[in-house]
Design a binder for this molecule. Sequence first.
Ligand code: GUN
Length: 300
Amino acid sequence: MSAKIINGKNFAQKLRAHIANYVQQLKSKHNITPGLAVIIVGNDPASKLYVRNKAKQTLEAGMNSFKYELREDIKEKELIALINELNNRKDVHAILVQMPLPKHLNATNIINAIDPTKDVDMFHPLNAGKLMTGQIGPVSCTPLGCLMLLRDIHNSLTGKNALIIGRSNLVGKPMAQLLLRENCTVTIAHSKSVNLPNIAKQADIIIAAVGREKMVKANWVKEGATVIDVGINRIDAPERGEGKTLIVGDVDFDEVKEIAGAITPVPGGVGPMTIACLLANTVTTTCLINGLRPPSNFTI
Ligand code: GUN
């Protein structure tokens, strides 16, 4: 039987409509317009496209968008000076520094410079600690988006065997914390894990976040499992014309959809949820900074 295809694009669209509605209320009842500042360093075309989309959707939701495009060779001191300026601005409620950064910049120093109350990605160690100890705050955008999709598919996640493939600070580790909170039995696999296909075969839920194209195959997947594909891999597609590329996930979608119970496509699955959750997190930080309770459907 073919799997249910999880439509992240539709889900994200509905979420953005709720966010825009709430932003209007913040404006009319509290005279607050949430503001998101996005900093990008250098000229990576994929990062530039993400940042353009983030800015566009921020404005569409009725929020203020502040975009900073910095030259590739900017000094760490200069970048931290800009972050300090944004930390102190009353009209900026959320700050995002687009990753990856050029090699000469120390990402840890940059992340640590962001005011934790404005850290919309939840990269700051204080926010990572809050997630681990179950305190309210923003949750990194991609894991939050994955969890929203999982909650939509399953009435309850309690007792499910969840496998996360990938242990990044961006996705794997916060995803594990979120699924633990949902009472899943969580396994995190990584490049040194032994016999991954066998581990995967036990899982009711697989979250693939490794950045290796079509790595998860049909014979790794238990019949009826839910498969969430976080991968965004650009591959050459000469059949589409010279120099053309194609975006594929970490899951071999065509094979796995024949065995899984539900699966996210790439594109159109997790990707649109990440930006929608960035907007949701901007509302969350805005509320918390202003002593308001964030809306429960935007947080965990
Ligand atoms: N680069 C790719 N995804 C992300 C993200 O969610 N946040 C930041 N800051 N950079 C990214």
